[in-house]
Design a protein around this ligand. Sequence first.
Ligand code: 1CP
Length: 381
Amino acid sequence: MTSGPRQQATTRSASDLDSTAPDATAPETTAPSAASRDRLADSPLLRAARGEAARHTPVWFMRQAGRSLPEYRALREGVAMLESCRRPDLVTEITLQPVRRHGVDAAIFFSDIVVPVAAVGLGIDIVPGVGPVVAEPIRTRADLDRLPPLTPDLVPDITESVRQLVGELGDIPLIGFAGAPFTLASYLVEGGPSRNHVKTKALMHGDPQLWHDLCDRLATISAAFLTVQVEAGASAVQLFDSWAGALTRADYERHVRPHSARVLAEIGRLGVPRIHFGVGTGELLESMATAGADVIGVDYRVNLAEAVTRVGGTYAVQGNLDPALLFAPWEVLEAQTRRILREGQAAPGHIFNLGHGVLPETDPTVLTRLVTLVHELTTRA
Ligand code: 1CP
């Protein structure tokens, strides 16, 4: 286990918890102290997400937990992906691994976008080397009955994992997440990962009412999954519409945005910052920005300065280093990081991240070095 500044933070938060323990009725309802809550609200990630100046530019990485870490691979040995997402001991440890190792400014809840649809009873598995695979895809009106609402009693383990994590993390924010309706629908309609989303688009255009009803059910499930995480203590959320970049702007606005907007509106009532991200969404950024998030995630194909302009200069942005550049010489990586940090200054807030997830072959020591660089370059006196 790598020691570092986050080690200290974990120790400090653990003692916070100890100090409140005598008043608590049960360990899982132990509330953090007011001082700890203030430190969390003042964390670089939450400040940047609210568009406020932070003591340094916060940095975390999509897919920071996972196969790039040998300690993750060791823990996952012999445990199926979906099972690992439902075991609080594993979820807590896997979520904390990159925080300890890299000193990132946020943890992202270890789960998967298909966990809530599996929890409502849909037959779905995550096949190694493939991704989510649905035994019987959703393609007819009758199939919608297989997507009932997600109620908290179906995911008590998620509540338990988040509570455990928040206790361990102290003043480091936990980002909860869910898949947006379009990206979830693509897996459910296609039956698995898809390059061209052919069946999904055929349904969207061939039976718009069924499409909307399907997305409506998925929006209800996603909003409920995020609500469970926030109510258990997640202090920000990210809505992943990973494959929205496959759509024209007109189709996105008509068939997709209203459903993502409903998820984001429901979470808005809980008062946590909302990040919205998709891949290949350069042409959609302006439309995505009006879906209701506070922070717009930018994929690596768009120059960050251009992205800030496209979203109107009023939203905080997150991104957007090309994950493939983690394999390039350090000087290249450093120059690109400096450029992105400079360009991010045009936005009210900037959260440094990759433009998509960490690739499994990535050398984790490069990620740690990158976190140090971002902090060094942006720490304010
Ligand atoms: O055994 C393994 O390690 C399987 C790989 C893996 C992991 C580590 C999968 C299968 N899911 C996850 C965890 C995961 N999934 C996280 C938490 C880890 C972190 O970020 O630190 C998150 C946020 C997700 C979200 C997710 N799952 C998305 C949205 C983010 C993105 O990358 O765009 C998507 C599209 C999925 C589906 C999925 N799950 C797994 C895979 C390989 C895929 C993609 C398949 C495809 O290409 O369609």
